[in-house]
Design a protein around this ligand. Structure first.
Ligand code: PMT
Length: 400
């Protein structure tokens, strides 16, 4: 399945190194070409000979090898990779990568590669939940790296909690998804993300807590899977995803214009944006002075962008989100039916780890044919992958 694909497998020094041996075996079994790069600490856990025997390639352990590589026709590991897979990825390696540090072969090659990078963090729970690690993780997601969530369970240090390297099979399947031709090649996909800003005067506006992370994750995943992606984004503090056409908008009306212009040519539309339902009746031309103790602001309904798209739906697959705080499934189902959607992603934005601003989301996928699928708490990247898996199924059904 991976014949002709080159994977550079980076291994940094954690007790989970032993799982990297099994992961290497799975990759070799499907004929991938694998080059292993180990940090010095990793060599303390498993000898390079183990990886060399399985991969049938020399294992690279220090920066000196990089110069050796340069001697051999300037084809470095970084350039050779179709996928750079790091398992386990320690907090230290994550920190170096997030802050542009490169002091050994693995961090140097990672910085130099243009290939997709899949990082599989593994560490003690407290480290995984520390502000420093979370800051670094957020930076790497923003920089376009893909991170596979660690799982919860018994950790080597005797702790119970999140931070355990996922099973090699799960890492292998995630890697394959990044290596095999995308299942969304040729699909024109329109995604909206983030909040809208409804201006009160030149200084003030009404908005909401959407960070755009959910929509950006969908755009990024869809592009990785080969789709032609247009992302229409409200004001957010995220880096634009690589390989995606991103249009920045401000108000709901501006978002509507941008969406309408592209609707007819889209195969799939996914509306993850938190569009303001109201805007000020009038936008003051000058900054409103603080005159009275109370201030009354008259609001006017914004158009319901999604409902309008539902009315004009032809061959598009139309998917909405439902941000609820109560009666999640009933409210989301009602929205799906009322707006003529093919699917709606229901999230209770008050649930722990769900909704606005978080790295994770807790969603139910509801389908027009009545099917429902409750997903566990996942990273927004993983939610995006699962959502797109269902989009592929709907597209295939449409072709039957
Ligand atoms: O951006 P993050 O910080 O990652 O947070 C993610 C999220 C919580 C914003 C996302 O998961 C989410 O729930 N997005 C939808 C938010 C929203 O507006 O939900 P709603 O139930 O109010 O709207 C239902 C659907 O109609 C949505 O697809 C929305 O895009 C659309 N809508 C809403 C109002 C409007 N005037 N026009 C619309 O098109």
């Amino acid at each position: 399945m991976l014949q002709g694909k080159t994977v550079v497998l980076g291994v940094s020094g954690g007790i989970a190194v032993y799982k990297a041996v099994e992961l290497l075996r799975l990759l070799i079994k499907v004929q991938a070409e694998v080059h292993v790069v180990m940090t010095k600490n990793a060599c303390e856990f498993v000898t390079p000979l183990t990886f060399q025997t399985l991969s049938h390639n020399p294992v690279h352990t220090d920066l000196f090898d990089l110069y050796q590589e340069q001697e051999i026709g300037h084809i470095s590991l970084a350039e050779r990779a179709d996928l750079f897979l790091v398992a386990p990825a320690t907090a230290n390696l994550i920190g170096k990568l997030a802050n542009g540090l490169a002091d050994d072969l693995l961090s140097t090659s990672l910085m130099a590669t243009k290939a997709p990078v899949l990082l599989c963090p593994a560490m003690n729970t407290n480290m995984y939940e520390s502000p420093g690690y979370l800051r670094n993780q957020q930076q790497l997601v923003a920089d376009g790296y893909r991170l596979l969530e660690p799982i919860s369970g018994d950790l080597a240090c005797g702790w119970q909690g999140k931070g355990k390297l996922p099973d090699p099979q799960q890492i292998f399947e995630t890697a394959c998804k990044l290596l095999v031709p995308g299942d969304l090649v040729g699909v024109r996909l329109l995604v909206t993300a983030g909040p809208t800003r409804e201006e009160i005067d030149p200084v003030r506006y009404l908005s909401n807590h959407s960070s755009g992370k959910m929509g950006y994750a969908i755009a990024r995943s869809a592009a990785t899977r080969g789709a032609e992606v247009t992302l229409i984004s409200g004001p957010v503090a995220l880096n634009e995803p690589a390989g995606v056409t991103t249009l920045q908008v401000g108000s709901a009306l501006e978002m509507q214009l941008a969406v309408d212009e592209r609707y007819a040519e889209s195969d799939v539309v996914i509306k993850a944006a938190a569009v303001a339902d109201y805007r000020p009746l009038q936008k003051a031309q000058q900054k409103i002075k603080k005159s009275s103790a109370e201030f009354c602001l008259q609001l006017k309904r914004n158009p319901d962008l999604l409902a309008e798209l539902g009315k004009r739906k032809k061959k598009q697959i139309l998917i909405g989100f439902a941000a609820e705080t109560e009666n999640l499934l009933e409210n989301a189902t009602a929205k799906m039916q009322k707006k003529n959607l093919d699917m709606i992603v229901a999230n209770d934005v008050t649930a722990e780890g769900a909704g606005f601003g978080s790295e994770t989301n807790l969603v139910n996928l509801l389908f027009a044919d009545g099917r429902q699928e409750a997903l566990p708490l996942l990273s927004k990247a993983e939610v995006a992958e699962r959502l797109l898996d269902r989009v592929v199924e709907l597209l295939d059904k449409g072709k039957l």
